[in-house]
Design a protein around this ligand. Sequence first.
Ligand SMILES: [Zn+2]
Length: 128
Amino acid sequence: MTRAESDKLKRMVKMNAHMGIRMGELYPKVESIEIHCELTHRSFCGAPHEKRTWTVTPQDEVYFMIDCLNNECTSAGFDLRDIVSSAIQSHQTEVSGEMRCEGREAPDHPEQSCSGVLKYTIKVLYKQ
Ligand SMILES: [Zn+2]
């Protein structure tokens, strides 16, 4: 796979992950979803590290894809949709865990798995 083919595939997966629906329509009982993420990617040039935190409110679009820190990664990123939806279905207020990237290290390194890791904590605030 070439870099261009890989990028095209990533764009398509991301487009599909956009459901075009607002959080308040999908989860009417939820006031806000707070997402804390810590991304790492080990490579020969070090271990870049990044923290992100954001809040999803009822008028925001439902989109829970997070880019892998590895620029050349073949995966479109980490998809937290299922984790968020199962947390809300079971009425949990906080879930946390870790996901390994399912991509390859680079389009021209198909034999090597990406070393990207995402640690997440998702806090759900329900309407009273
Ligand atoms: Zn990756």
